[in-house]
Design a protein around this ligand. Structure first.
Ligand code: SAH
Ligand code: SF4
Length: 361
């Protein structure tokens, strides 16, 4: 079978060249062509001998995913719908800001974790994205966005906050992270690449060892009773274990804080008592907070917290000395906000069957 070289980080490419009887330094050369220059035609790789280019073209392809749709918001936010076959799509969003350009990257088609307020979770799980499909999102964005007048890339930061749970697709996500960080490819600093997780504790430990990058944890509730309900993975990895995993992560993290994400759900988790419990919960974990006003979707059953309640919640955290950001809604006109990255996913989990089985046990 023909291999797709976008699936390989530097060690894997070196292995591929070794099999062809070529020197390992070719891996760096190829990474530069593919990711630094965005080239996917071997014929254009002029510093590689013609015979080797021909050999490569026989053995491999450089096949980025296809764009199904591109939308550009009035505020400059861009959204791409990426074709992942079988009539499914995942979404990638670029958010320009004064001092940086952030790409929000998807890791799975759907998600199996079923957080109750998340439209991706409601769609169920279809499959993991391949490395080429994950890194292909950067490939496409860079191709479209290019560089600023100073020659710097417009895309400067990555957050794994699109569709799916990145740590549930661990190997592919880590290989893609390696390519993001590799100086021959995208050369992003570890501090500018953030993985967001709903709290898969063992995978957080592995990430710390194998590829420590900035970490965001989707907390959303300050006690186990409420978190069990809205982030069901909490039943497996409850808050005490999650907080301990956060502390362990910080021993090797490139940043000295965890970002806790907290979706603001009207009358569910946005009260004064919730803010106070939250302060108790995180007291041993250096952290910042990112409050996310809930993005409604049809039949979600939730409402967005009132602006006054979000401010009140924020002020309690700020008065206790924490840095708190409240996520602005960007790209509203193109549904580019988190939890809206719906794509169209065919659920392969057969959840109704699963549920019935659970009920009958
Ligand atoms: N699976 C990972 C990353 C993807 S979701 C995680 O859960 O962290 C990125 C963020 O958007 C998470 O904090 C998630 O809880 C939040 N989110 C999901 N649905 C949302 C919605 N409808 N409104 C606001 N935030 C939402
Ligand atoms: Fe999955 Fe994250 Fe959505 Fe939860 S919030 S269902 S973990 S994508």
């Amino acid at each position: 079978m023909t291999v797709n070289l976008l699936d390989f980080d530097q060690p894997k490419l070196a292995g591929f060249f070794a099999e062809l009887g070529e020197k390992p330094f070719r891996a760096k050369q190829l990474l530069r062509w593919m990711h630094h220059f965005g080239e996917n035609d071997f014929a254009q790789m002029t510093d590689i001998a013609k015979t080797l280019r021909e050999k490569l073209a026989q053995a491999a392809v450089i096949a980025p995913p296809q764009i199904k749709l591109e939308q550009i918001s009035d505020d400059g936010t861009r959204k791409w719908l990426i074709d992942v076959g079988a009539n499914n799509g995942v979404e990638t969003v670029f958010i320009p800001e004064a001092d940086r350009g952030t790409l929000c990257v998807s890791s799975q088609v759907g998600c199996a974790l079923e957080c109750t307020f998340c439209s991706t979770g409601r769609q169920g799980f279809n499959r993991n994205l391949t490395v080429a499909e994950i890194i292909g999102q950067l490939w496409i964005a860079n191709k479209v966005l290019g560089r600023d007048p100073k020659g710097e890339r417009i895309l400067s930061n990555v957050v794994m906050m699109g569709m799916g749970e990145p740590l549930a697709n661990f190997d592919n996500v880590v290989t893609a992270l390696n390519i993001m960080l590799d100086d021959s490819a995208y050369g992003l600093s570890r501090r500018r690449v953030t993985v967001s997780t709903s709290g898969l504790v063992p995978a957080m430990d592995r990430l710390r060892e194998e590829c420590p990058v900035a970490l965001a944890v989707s907390l959303h509730a300050p006690n186990d009773t409420l978190r069990d309900e809205i982030v069901p993975i909490n039943k497996k990895y409850p808050l005490k274990e999650l907080m301990a995993a956060c502390r362990r992560y910080l021993e090797k993290a490139p940043r000295d804080f965890i970002t806790f994400e907290y979706v603001m759900l009207d009358s569910v988790n946005d009260g004064v008592e919730h803010a106070q419990q939250l302060l108790q919960l995180v007291r041993d974990v250096p952290c910042k907070f990112n409050l996310i006003p809930f993005n409604p979707f049809p039949n979600s059953g939730y409402g967005t917290s009132h602006a006054d309640n979000i401010r009140r919640f924020r002020d309690i955290l700020m008065h206790a000395g924490y840095v708190v950001t409240t996520r602005k809604t960007r790209g509203d006109d193109i549904d580019a906000a988190c939890g809206q990255l719906a794509g169209k996913v065919q659920d392969k989990t057969r959840r109704s069957v699963k549920r019935i089985m659970e009920l009958s046990v």
